[in-house]
Design a protein around this ligand. Sequence first.
Ligand code: URA
Length: 320
Amino acid sequence: MTPPARRDGTPDKKQSNRSGGYRSSVRGYKPGSNRPQQRQQPQKKDEILLSNAKPAKKQNVSADDDWSLGFLNRNDSDGIRLQKVLAQAGVASRRHAEILIDQGRVEVNDRIVTTQGVRVDPKKDVIRVDGVRININEDLEYFVLNKPRGMHSTMSDELGRPCVGDLVSEKTASGQRLFHVGRLDADTEGLLLLTNDGELANRLMHPKYEVTKTYLATVRGEANNKLISELRGGVELEDGPAKADFAQIIDVFQGKSLLRIEIHEGRKHIVRRLFQELGFPVERLVRTKLHTVQLGDQKPGTLRALNSAELTSLYKVVQL
Ligand code: URA
């Protein structure tokens, strides 16, 4: 399936590589690698501006704009200096950001920039350092919620039941449009991502990217190695086979067991159904991790902002 177009309408990174466009004209760049192989020499504008990339349908430029000129052609008053944006995003001090630019480690909209003073638009431009995407758009927000048990994964509930929306009502009342990335059962606790970044949310939920979720499950019954091999080997459920990517017994005590299970599937009640099918009904289920983002000791019902390393890692796993 074709991945959705980027939020800012720029072509997908892989597609632009495949098109054999500007990258091949950038000296020292080895295709398939994130880093240039040698220090970049300052380039003539013409060399940088070469692009065979096909503008996406929803390009964020008017038909009159020369898209290929992009950020290099902006007036001095347009946008914010790249080194300032990098510093504001916490990547490096301004001075160090200049060094990163000089070393050819910074990309704007898939072009390596070695010129100092280039201005960018934080709301539209996609910036990468060493191939890793940096969030520079302050309008985009990302939170980890520790969803308490008994709370529904909805932003409002017609029946007046407690829901995730209640916990962020102050934010949404002040105009923030947040939504949850996927769902947890009302009876499941733990990590739920909230954001207004629709593209990241869609990709995290898309099966193609196989984003791993980790759960701690308390089950009835004494778990054994047979259960682990069955979980990992695959179980036939009514809507098709399912299997854990990883499963481990943490504790067995008085007829109950605590297990860690990792799965990238997003089907409804998938963890509960897996254990149920194998004869170990789930009594308590907590999502502790989404890809590299951990719940840690965050208290139920609280929100915290994602840090930049976590966000970068999420962008990366869904190829943004
Ligand atoms: N699997 C389940 O069974 N429930 C959840 O809430 C999430 C995954």
